[in-house]
Design a protein around this ligand. Sequence first.
Ligand code: ATP
Ligand code: MG
Ligand code: MG
Length: 550
Amino acid sequence: ELPAASNFIRSIIDEDLSQGLNDGRVATRFPPEPNGYLHIGHVKSICLNFGIADDYSGSCNLRFDDTNPDKESPEFVAAIKEDVQWMGFEWKRLCFASDYFEQLYGFAEELISKGKAYVCDLNAGEIRAYRGTLTEPGRDSPYRDRPVEENLDLFRRMRAGEFEDGSRVLRAKIDMASPNINLRDPTLYRIRKGATHHQTGEAWPIYPMYDFTHTLSDALEGITHSLCTLEFEDHRPLYDWFLENIEVPTRPRQYEFGRLNLEYTVLSKRRLTELVSQGIVDGWDDPRMPTIAGIRRRGFPAEALRDFCTRIGVTKSDGMVEMAMLENSVREALDAAAPRAMAVLNPLRVVIDNYPEGKREELVAANHPKDASMGERNLTFTRELYIDRNDFMEQAPNKKYKRLTLGGEVRLRNGYVIRCDEAVRSEAGEITELRCSYDPATLGANPEGRKVKGVIHWVSAEVGVAAEIRLYDRLFNVPIPGADGDWTRDLNPESLVTVQGIVEPFLAQAEPETRFQFEREGYFCVDSRDSTPERPVFNRTITLRDTWEK
Ligand code: ATP
Ligand code: MG
Ligand code: MG
């Protein structure tokens, strides 16, 4: 893996440390909302926050930002924990913003007591209308000057569950004329009576809003550097306002970095949720999804994701990253780590007429051409084999064609040279079988007096195991789905093609998620959901070369 590249956030931390800030402590957090699965965009934030903690001997908390009980679930909480661990990171503390509901409530009362928050009876539409626009200042709510005692009484009764959803909110009293709309008396608490929260059950009829919760959770956990994406840049004045107006135990600082956007996919949780709920994909962990769960099931190694994040770096602007960059990190990691094996995706039967019936011979194959430490395995050679249909043509279409032809010779990988003597056809004219002969003198040796250039892969028909092979490709056909309208029209109809192949027998016994290079075909892994030794299923992680490059 590459060493972590320096970036502007690390420069800020270096500077803070050189000034002795925070007693030399570096504390970050990764704060997902458990309303969906984590995606490759979150991976960037995970690598940044946990990576900084690792490199500065600091700490990183995993904190669930769980203030919307209606959209969140324990399923998402469990998946997020698993995904962060799979990425190879350890949190210092596992936290829920809901752990702080009592303390946050106390902070809200503190603001009310200081005359810096008030209960507002405007409804949501009125609040929006009073808020003004970018070019127009807002107007004060008629409830803005409620006396402190009345605000405290109403807020306590909100907590006691006396009022209906939407009837009142608690707002900060800041500045309705601020050019920054986030400072125009933002809402701090709303009433949500009927909800059952996955952590706190029915304990709370009111819920704190995101900015308030997030800032104060950072302060309660002693976060030093609160890293978030650029769209929160104009929330920073509010972040600082909370810290200045509430007695907090520590003083975190917020810094913003550019979001990751990736070509040929979508990353917004709303769209990902739609893909799942409309059945366009087969769940959050469908191998075509850009979720960590999907990427993992597809066969991408965590190491490749970390490497990708190092390569894209962290900057102060949102960028669109080419899918090819991610795929290159994946190919590099798999080329080094994946043992080789043979699998025939479009089987065509080959009978070697001059090979004895019933004979079985154990040939030897290296598991990795560049890494002897991966060892060798036996390959069973028999009279009947399968090769790929794409490796045979009756006549070579051109001089460059090096596969098998009628009357031509080819080497079976790790085995003998064979010649095709006859192509047997069905009544419909389809080739169903090749009759061939082998040259016994060609095992590990060149044939006498002639050159055989082509090498093709094969599997014994007698010991090979039938397997379902899922050929995954990019989920969308265009770099920016929806750029010309409806994003669902840009779905790639061939993002999944399933074939019935034949694989070497040892592959059927491989553990779920084990990755291989199927020689000449690409990288594949054992599907973690559907594969069994009796009915193995392999997912294509990625082809050997970029087939999208024009
Ligand atoms: P969405 O807007 O799609 O719902 P989100 O940003 O609200 O996603 P969270 O669960 O709140 O999702 O995100 C947790 C953390 O991950 C946040 O700090 C957020 O900034 C970061 N994050 C989310 N998406 C990206 C992305 N595309 N690139 C970098 N960081 C991201
Ligand atoms: Mg969010
Ligand atoms: Mg969001």
